[in-house]
Ligand binder design. Structure first.
Ligand code: DX5
Ligand code: ZN
Length: 215
């Protein structure tokens, strides 16, 4: 599955960006929520998610890079988020947050920063719809893919398989046509891509090119 990240879109024309990636065949639209505290950048909040929800039928994959994410879950679910991902580094009561999201009808995921080990998922893994592995340090688009993530994907794929789970593995940061296929072969199910989709100026074609690189 492909989840274009609108972080690299023109923020004055987000509706057009979402329509373009939908035409290109996006499976999800990845929405990066940053608070200027958990990460050194500030983006959008629930009102923009609600506005995007009205623009498209493609499910919104909301990545919360915020402190006290647990206080904001209902705001994003109410705004129309289909998938909601919370960083294990930002939520002390992760089980409560994940259970709450599931009870609200959202698809809950946990996110790991590059330096956070897979062992932090040991107890929570069966409760997760997906795990989002960061392959850059979160905060900005257009960063270089951290190569060690490939092995992390393989090890997570093995964990999921050994436990007989169906948890999806999503990868975010520095993803593009050059590494998409290798990421899928390592065991990723969902690829997030911002710069690779938007930098060329034609995001519809950007999604198609990424899809072609996966084949
Ligand atoms: C980074 C965000 C990513 C970002 C990826 O903090 O979580 O979703 O948009 O952008 P690229 O694909 O440009 O690395
Ligand atoms: Zn993201």
């Amino acid at each position: 599955m492909l989840a274009p990240s609108i972080l690299s879109a023109d923020f004055a024309r987000l509706g057009d960006a979402v329509a373009a990636v939908a035409r290109g065949g996006a499976d999800l639209v990845h929405v990066d929520v940053m608070d200027g505290h958990f990460v050194p950048n500030l983006t959008i909040g629930p009102d923009v998610v609600r506005a995007l929800r009205r623009c498209t039928d493609v499910p919104l994959d909301v990545h919360l890079m915020i402190e006290h994410a647990d206080r904001w879950l209902d705001h994003y679910v109410d705004a129309g988020a289909a998938w909601v991902s919370v960083h294990v580094e930002a939520v002390p009561h992760l089980h409560r947050a994940i259970s709450h999201l599931r009870a609200r009808g959202a698809r809950p995921g946990a996110v790991l920063n590059p330096a956070t080990p897979l062992s932090t998922l040991e107890e929570i893994l069966p409760e997760l719809h997906h795990v989002l592995l960061m392959s850059v340090n979160p905060g900005f688009g257009g960063q270089k893919f951290i190569a060690s993530t490939l092995d992390k994907i393989r090890r997570l794929r093995a964990m999921v398989r050994e436990r007989g789970l169906s948890t999806l593995i999503e990868v975010d940061g520095g993803v593009g046509p050059g590494n998409a296929r290798a990421l899928l072969e390592a065991g990723a199910d969902v690829l997030v891509a911002g710069n690779a989709v938007f930098a060329g100026g034609d995001p519809e074609q950007g999604v198609r090119a990424l899809r072609a690189a996966c084949a």
